[in-house]
Design a protein around this ligand. Structure first.
Ligand code: F6R
Length: 612
């Protein structure tokens, strides 16, 4: 939610800042703005996408070797030019960009209004700049000191960068709850919400920690102190990210590229963790916690959205083969309910971005009650990766399309490895079954590749249903979470109302919706509950519902009753979600394209939900 970028050095800042905003646009795209310092402090901002800002600044003075920029996902105040960041102080000497929410902004705002400050926007962020300005004036302190005093009065989450005309040799950045990375260049610095705007200039980065304030100077000096003014030595890390991972590489959309990357991304999730010859599953990142997992009284999975769906697949996997009781919790619910947590519980937090505010709060709560929390994250160095006790990266590579695709299958892959690892250690499956399963798992990337070949068939189905008003997705067992995920994908990128349900639950209500205008997507592979799902299909058919079925290749029975079928390769029941999800991703992609929707940046959404 909101992307922030900063630059200070000898190069022209504007091209770096705009390119950075384009990379961060997935975090929010309601409005964008830039502040450039070149003697004068100039701010340009515009509602809409970064491209609108680029049009707006044509003919304007965009010179300057330092500046800050912002792409917004609105929380307080509608998306318009005025609420766009950066925000100026009244004297127009200082400007700020902010990602997060200032929870006590109205108290602070009232105080500032009483002291004569005039607010131009409806944002919570604007209080920060007037407060910094006020403190500088009244306490005669420098910018960094004023930022520190301000942040000690603030409740909420923030990543900020402040620029001042009166101290033209520095940027001041700080964070709590929202991410901030500083790239250390060749005598210059790059600041951003994540490493994607930085990677093309430097691989050396410092991830700022909560309550740290960085004074980043033009002379190459980086000073990091806490909000209590204790000095911290910057911990420099090397980025593993490559520039090519951030480009579309010939695909029309990032989402399509990411769907097609899945054979590779699943392989990368398995790499070094699965050795069929030696009969081994090894997750190095959680090796120290293996025993804890094996002895866990209960595993609690916490996540949001698509990651929560992956968690639900995890519940089926872990209970099925590892025989450990599992609960799957929405992080946003868990954090506020009075749940019972024991020190012997192991939590698994799943997050693509590693920055989801509710998931972070749920982790902190579980840790405060003495539980061990392991992470499954995609973004290396993200907050969740850092605050969990240990974890496994999914290694899916950057996911830029706002709708999550390859991250989901990578998360399910890691959960599969965990379930197999625990099952083997607990002896809950036989050695021969374990061997059979890991051999099959190794072949899954090839089966995903084969599944992708059905994309023409799926595209033709999309053409038939592009104007549908509603969709129902039904599946059972391992494919119930897939039904939820299929419905979510369609909703978020095509704006068609869709619901996912366990197929048998249909009779308890949703069946009332079935008529000749209701497309029903059944995930009906030839595994466990096949016959039961077939009966559910018959029930829909007899009420004139239109049936699209995902079936195992060679299935002839369902082909006779369904209106449309898409085949996936045969596999073990527990691996089916890794295949059955793919046609559903492709279906929603094509329907969205045919409806002229913005596939990579659907309305109202943002990739990282860093506010609760
Ligand atoms: C859906 C989607 C969201 C995210 C959710 C959690 O396509 O992308 O539902 O899955 O916001 O995000 P992470 O996984 O980053 O914690």
């Amino acid at each position: 939610m909101c992307g922030i970028v900063g630059y200070i050095g000898e190069k022209q800042a504007y091209p770096i800042l705009i390119k950075g905003l384009q990379r961060l646009e997935y975090r929010g795209y309601d409005s964008a703005g830039v502040a450039l310092l070149n003697g004068d402090l100039n701010i340009y901002k515009k509602s809409g996408k970064v491209a609108e800002l680029e049009n707006f600044v044509k003919e304007k003075d965009i010179s300057g070797t330092m500046g800050v920029a912002h792409t917004r996902w609105a929380t307080h105040g509608e998306p318009n030019d005025i609420n766009a960041h950066p925000h100026f102080s009244q004297s127009k000497d200082i400007a700020i960009i902010h990602n997060g929410i200032i929870e006590n902004y109205s108290v602070l705002k009232d105080e500032l209004l009483n002291r004569g400050y005039k607010f131009t926007s409806n944002t919570d962020s604007e209080v920060l700049i007037h407060l910094i300005d006020d403190i500088q004036k009244n306490e005669k302190v420098n910018l960094a000191q004023a930022v520190r005093i301000t942040l000690n009065q603030v409740i909420g989450a923030y990543a900020i960068v402040v620029i001042s005309k009166n101290e033209p040799d520095k940027l001041v950045a700080a964070k709590k709850g929202s991410p901030l990375v500083i790239g250390i260049g060749n005598g210059d610095f790059y600041i951003a919400s994540d490493a994607t705007p930085i990677v093309e200039y430097t691989k050396n980065v410092v991830y700022l920690n909560d309550y740290e304030i960085a004074v980043i100077k033009k002379n190459g000096n980086l000073d990091i102190r806490t909000t209590k003014n204790e000095k911290h030595t910057p911990y420099i890390q090397k980025l593993e990210l490559n520039l090519s991972q951030l480009q579309k590489e010939g695909f029309e959309h990032f989402m399509l590229k990411e769907i097609y990357e899945q054979p590779r991304s699943i392989k990368d999730s398995l790499r070094g963790r699965l050795n069929v010859n030696k009969g081994l599953v090894f997750l190095g990142g959680i090796a120290d916690y293996e025993q804890k997992l094996i002895n866990a009284e209960k595993i609690v999975i916490i996540a949001c959205g698509t990651s929560w769906h992956a968690g639900l697949v995890g519940e089926y996997l872990l209970e099925d083969i590892a025989r450990v009781p599992v609960e799957v919790e929405y992080a946003s619910e868990f954090r506020y309910r009075n749940s019972v947590v024991s020190e012997n519980d192991v939590f698994i937090a799943i997050s693509q971005s590693g920055e989801t505010a509710d998931t972070i709060a749920a982790i902190e709560l579980a840790q405060s009650k003495g539980a061990t929390v392991l992470g499954i994250c995609n973004v290396v160095g993200s907050t969740i990766a850092r605050i969990t006790d240990a974890g496994s990266y999914t290694h899916a590579g950057p996911e830029i399309g706002v709708a999550s695709t390859k991250a989901f299958t990578a998360q399910v892959t890691i959960l599969t490895l965990m379930a197999l690892m625990i099952a083997k250690k607990r002896g809950s499956i036989s050695t021969s079954k374990f061997h059979q399963l890991i051999t099959e798992l190794e072949g899954i990337p090839d089966k995903v590749e084969k599944t992708l070949k059905a994309s023409n068939i799926v595209e033709a189905i999309a053409e038939k249903f592009k104007y549908a008003k509603n969709f129902l997705y039904l599946g059972r067992g391992y494919n119930f979470p897939v039904a939820l995920e299929g419905a979510l994908k369609l909703k978020e990128i095509s704006y068609i109302h869709a619901e996912g349900y366990p197929a048998a639950e249909m009779k308890h209500g949703p069946i009332a919706l079935i008529d000749e205008n209701m497309p029903v997507v059944f995930i009906a592979p030839k595994t466990g509950l096949y016959e039961k799902v077939k009966s559910n299909i018959e029930e829909v058919k007899s009420r004139k519902g239109v049936i699209i079925a995902i079936v195992t290749e060679g299935d002839t029975d369902i082909k006779k009753i369904a209106d449309y079928t898409v085949e996936i390769p045969q596999t073990e029941a527990m691996f089916v979600p890794l295949l059955s999800t793919i046609p559903l991703q492709i279906l929603s992609y094509h329907i969205a394209v045919m409806r002229n929707c913005n596939v990579d940046q659907p309305r109202n959404l943002a990739k990282s939900v860093t506010v609760e």
